[in-house]
Design a protein around this ligand. Structure first.
Ligand code: SF4
Length: 289
């Protein structure tokens, strides 16, 4: 008898999973914009839409596999019709839509976003902002004030749920932020200009696009600065800055140039007014309904 580590077979199996659950979904959706496209560094979406090659690490594939297992196991305990519930931006035209699938839409009232983590996440401040933003998007799109992020920890084998509560104003603000992000990315694609897209350099280390991303070098430099600042703050025992999901909206201050640039005809300012009016109306209807 012989038994030995088969590197080739291991790689082949990894690739099968990557193709099925990673690339197939990512490229199948074409130019449609998914919630996840707007919850991570927007340059990833730019790279995806431009067909830029990505290189997934074994660790990333492994976490993805555990994420799928976690979601599947929890899904078995819920009725089928609340699983992978299709959601989209309220009252937007097809060309401005954002869509996504809620992992579990409990009683069609409470979205649950299920994740697997290699890191220890015991406190709300440790929950990755990208996951919070994904859940916020589903809550805002469905007009829900309450939702949960459910984390399966791979190493400690613990399951922890974090409850997220949004006010009506938060819902409206988040719909506006999503809409602005969508316009930013489509504008960059249309103008073939990646430099206008805001980047999230803290994602560099785990980014599958970092070797080919047009802003990879800049992102690397910024990621080093962030890491240095973090270690300084640690030495000086400074408290980490609290995550403020709406800071982006205050900074944008509804810059009219961000609106009316997604290929829509007409005056950008009018388009902005119309978008804001629609989003406010949608938020109101959703939260009242
Ligand atoms: S390398 Fe940086 S800027 Fe480029 S996609 Fe990755 S995280 Fe975003």
């Amino acid at each position: 008898m012989q038994i030995f580590y088969d590197k080739e077979k291991s790689m082949e199996l990894m690739e099968r999973i990557q193709n099925k659950f990673g690339d197939e979904n990512r490229y199948k959706r074409g130019t449609d914009i998914h919630v996840s496209d707007l919850s991570y560094c927007l340059m990833k979406t730019y790279c995806r839409l431009n067909g830029i090659e990505r290189k997934q690490t074994k660790a990333n594939i492994g976490t993805m596999v555990f994420g799928i297992i976690a979601e599947t196991i929890l899904a078995w305990t819920y009725p089928k019709d609340v699983l992978q519930y299709k959601s989209h931006m309220p009252m937007t035209s097809e060309e401005e839509d954002v869509f996504g699938h809620i992992d579990i839409f409990e009683q069609f009232k409470y979205p649950l976003e299920v994740k697997a983590s290699r890191k220890q996440v015991f406190m709300a401040s440790q929950v990755p902002v990208q996951w919070i933003e994904q859940l916020m998007s589903y809550m805002a799109m469905e007009g829900c004030n309450i939702g949960w992020i459910v984390i399966f920890n791979i190493f400690s084998t613990q399951i922890i749920a974090f409850k997220l509560v949004l006010s009506q104003q938060d819902i409206m603000d988040w719909l506006v932020i999503l809409s602005v992000r969508r316009i930013q990315i489509m504008k960059a694609i249309k103008e073939k200009n990646p430099n206008e897209v805001p980047i999230r350099a803290d994602e560099y280390g785990l980014c599958d696009y970092r070797f080919k991303c047009p802003r990879g070098e800049e992102c690397y430099r910024k990621s080093r600065e962030i890491a240095e600042q973090k270690s300084k703050d640690k030495e000086e025992k400074k408290k980490p800055t609290r995550y403020d999901p709406f800071a982006e909206k205050r900074e944008q201050n509804f810059n009219p140039n961000l609106y009316g640039t997604s290929g829509n005809k007409g005056d950008p300012n009018k388009r902005m007014d119309e978008n804001l009016r629609k989003l406010k109306e949608a938020g109101k209807q959703l939260t009242e309904g």
